[in-house]
Design a protein around this ligand. Structure first.
Ligand SMILES: [Zn+2]
Length: 447
């Protein structure tokens, strides 16, 4: 069985010079992001009728609004929890409108700049003593994450191999970590990606946490040992590298890629760009929308590179796991339609067990179910694409929280979030190693 990157790529073999002088990109200014979020608010609205929903859509188009949830204004209807980030200049107009229209609202974040600066250590001088003391409880820039990957590749070659599967629109390497005990024998594999959407920083933090836990507990935890002995994990800590970088340097709430499409708006939603009912319901043809599906399927080099890799290895990749935020949900296909997947029984029981395990850590509750009915119908997603490509277990996590901090989940919540998610992922993985009785029965009855 051939696995990629058997001979170490030259890019991954040595620690780049920049890693020896790790420093944080921020802060150059006294206020983060040039204080651009001062006075901005995040407001929650739940329209009580279709009239209210219609009114909201109208005002949305008039004011400069950044929608946090749902991902597209077209999803807003009666009863939809709608979180919007509104610029300071527009907030008075919006609040007046809501009061006059008698639409109830709740201010989730009163001053976004303050929330941003309070929740993390970006604004303080963070000393990096060495990569061996890498701090997993802070958010890391792309540069730091890539240095960390190089470091692991050099120091933990017993279990880790790093390689690149291509380049992003802006030319950044798309690095993957292959984690697991090396073996000549056939091994099944699990794919994990984090950070398809740039502003969901808890995703990349979890991918890093997973690697750390795997390396730390390989010898002491029989379950982890079994997982790494019997499986490979392909882990992509930052999928949307350009967007993630941009969310550190310019716009903390950037979601899309950074490609140019000949319009004044940049970027494509990397989770609407896959070749599965591309640009159908739940995706937008408008380049300025956050759910823009792109000019054609797989137009984004990042999506193209990952889909090529997954297609090539679909015979042994048995699970596809993608990490997003925020909603506290564990989702499985279908996303583009209301229908039941053929192996529903096995997938649903894996989800049920995973959510139960997750809750056992800190009592945090996750909902689970098909993405279409749990969230909304969205076409061109990686979840559906992975499933249709033949990966039988495809899951998307929507990590913490449910809107109190939203995308600004404070660093102090990285540890509890990652600990509970870790258990859920281990649970799904162990499920893979067992035969699913429901699946077996289904196969038997079919033959
Ligand atoms: Zn997302």
């Amino acid at each position: 069985m051939k696995f990629p990157g058997k001979s170490r790529s030259s890019t991954a073999a040595f620690l780049p010079v920049c890693c020896l002088f790790l420093k944080i990109l921020q802060p150059g200014h006294s206020r983060l992001y040039n204080n651009r979020y001062a006075g901005d608010k995040v407001i929650r609205l739940t329209p009580k009728s279709e009239e209210e929903a219609y009114a909201l859509k109208k005002i949305y188009h008039q004011l400069k609004v950044d929608l946090w949830q749902p991902s597209s204004i077209s999803y807003v209807s009666e009863g939809t929890i709608t979180d919007i980030h509104i610029h300071q200049n527009a907030s008075r107009a919006l609040l007046t409108f809501l009061q006059e229209a008698n639409i109830q609202y709740k201010i989730l974040i009163g001053d976004l700049q303050e929330a941003l600066e309070n929740g993390n250590s970006l604004g303080t001088q963070r000393r990096r003593r060495s990569l061996s003391k890498y701090n997993y409880e802070v958010y890391h820039s792309l540069e730091e994450i890539q240095c960390w990957m190089h470091h692991l590749n050099n120091t933990r070659s017993d279990l880790i191999q790093m390689f690149s599967i291509g380049r992003s629109y802006e030319g950044r390497a798309l690095f993957i970590l292959k984690l697991g005990r090396k073996s000549q024998a056939y091994k099944r594999a699990v794919w994990m990606d984090c950070g398809i959407h740039a502003r969901e920083w808890i995703g990349p933090a979890f991918c890093q946490w997973f690697v750390r836990e795997a390396l730390l507990t390989y010898r002491s935890d029989p379950a982890m040992r079994k997982m790494l002995n019997h499986l490979y994990f392909y882990i992509m800590p930052v999928f949307n590298v350009d967007g993630y970088h941009f969310s550190w340097t310019h716009d903390r709430f950037w979601r899309k890629t950074r490609s140019r499409n000949g319009f004044h708006c940049r970027g494509v939603d990397a989770n609407r760009n896959w070749k599965v009912k591309w640009c159908g319901e739940g995706a937008s043809l408008h380049p300025c929308d956050d759910t823009y599906c792109g000019p054609f399927p797989e137009s984004e080099p990042e999506v193209k590179a990952v889909s090529k890799f997954l297609r090539k290895h679909r015979n042994h990749i048995k699970a596809y796991l993608s990490f997003h935020a925020y909603a506290q949900m564990l989702l499985y296909p279908y996303s583009y339609k209301y229908a039941t997947i053929p192996n529903f029984g096995c997938v649903e029981s894996a989800a049920h067990e995973a959510v139960k395990a997750l809750q056992s850590v800190h009592g945090v509750q996750y909902k689970y179910g098909p993405a279409s009915s749990m969230l909304y119908v969205s076409s061109g997603s990686s979840l559906d694409w992975a499933y249709k490509t033949g990966i039988p277990y495809a899951f998307a996590f929507e990590l913490r929280d449910t809107g109190h901090f939203g995308f600004l989940l404070p660093e102090m919540l990285i540890r509890p979030t990652c600990m509970e998610t870790m258990l859920a992922v281990k649970n799904i993985t162990m499920h893979l190693l067992k035969k699913c009785p429901k699946e077996r029965r289904r196969v038997n009855s079919a033959t």
